[in-house]
Design a protein around this ligand. Structure first.
Ligand code: HSE
Length: 306
């Protein structure tokens, strides 16, 4: 096999109470990529469609993660990468993670899978880091492993896979404004009060337990973010209205997707997810801001060959 086409999915990081550690994988939106083995050594990005991104491998998220793996594997070939980008950079649904994961997943398949998914996460972190100025894996891990994942640690990389209850659906509104991850990290406090930290880790522990036991009421009670949302929600137009409308229409919870501006909600059933979509649509239609809304089941497979 010399060429492979893959689907690299969008993801929702943080999931309200799990800043920088929790995330889940979507199946209705993602990038396509073609990875090809070449006689010419090195990593060459030969096509980018969808958005204006750098072709130089050292400046491109997919290129940087590919180079990290290439330098480690020292294969007897080079690779060409074509990127068909559907996830808008700066959208809050893991655009850079999809790029970082896609290149290393594809190369690993073409090399006969010398690396496991934890090792692929290590390479992908290098690519993700150039987009956000820091190393975190809460979008990368669900894109690679699928489902819900918890990043137990970055050094060394330790990823825990968490079960996804069958009836869980996400509704995500993506206002077409860009918020750079680096900028939305800059508004966050460096220290948090102990009382907030206690509430947050109680919610995170409860959410992980609720996902294991398919306890939808507990999922609902746990989807609260008292640390990050108060700061970042100010960057997102109509955040509170959208969140309240989602809850009023039956969502289990709602919050900022990754670093925003996308807003996610989780619902028990596709019907409720659809009602939430209509409610979000009603609010944003009046704003004059362009937007897209996605409904997705939790994607338990992650990045895949198509
Ligand atoms: N955990 C990250 C953040 C996700 O919220 O900044 C975005 O890359």
């Amino acid at each position: 096999m010399n060429e492979i086409k893959i689907f690299s999915p969008a993801t929702v990081a943080n999931v309200a109470c799990g800043f920088d550690v929790l995330g889940f994988c979507l199946d209705s939106v993602g990038d396509d990529m073609v990875i090809r083995k070449t006689d010419k050594k090195g990593i060459h990005i030969t096509k980018i469609e969808g958005f204006d991104l750098p072709y130089e491998a050292e400046l491109n998220v997919a290129g940087v993660s590919a180079l990290a793996m290439y330098e480690d594997a020292k294969p007897d070939c080079g690779f060409e990468i074509e990127i068909y980008k559907n996830i808008k950079p700066g959208s809050g649904i893991g655009s850079s993670a999809a790029s970082a994961v896609g290149s290393v997943f594809g190369m690993n398949e073409l090399l006969g899978r010398p690396y496991n998914k934890t090792q692929l996460t290590e390479f992908a972190i290098k690519g993700e880091a150039i987009a956000s100025n820091c190393e975190h894996a809460d979008n990368l891990a669900p894109a690679l492993f699928g489902g819900f994942t918890l990043v137990k640690s970055i050094t060394p990389v330790q990823i825990l896979e968490i079960p996804s209850p069958d009836d869980l659906y996400a509704t995500i509104i993506h206002p077409q404004i860009e918020i750079k991850t680096s900028e939305s990290r800059a508004v966050l406090p460096k220290k948090v009060p102990l009382t907030d930290a206690i509430e947050q880790w109680a919610n995170l522990g409860s959410l992980v337990h609720a996902l294991h036991t398919s306890d939808y009421n507990l999922i609902s009670n746990s989807l609260n973010d008292v640390i990050v949302e108060p700061y970042r929600s100010q960057l997102i137009p109509h955040f509170n209205e959208v969140k309240q409308a989602a809850l009023k229409n039956g969502a289990l919870g709602a919050g900022i997707s990754g670093s925003g501006p996308s807003i996610f909600s989780l619902s028990k059933s596709s019907q409720v997810a659809l009602k939430v979509k209509d409610a979000m649509n009603k609010i944003y239609s009046k704003t004059g801001i362009k937007f897209e809304i996605h409904i997705s089941k939790i994607n338990t497979q992650g990045v895949k060959i198509i």
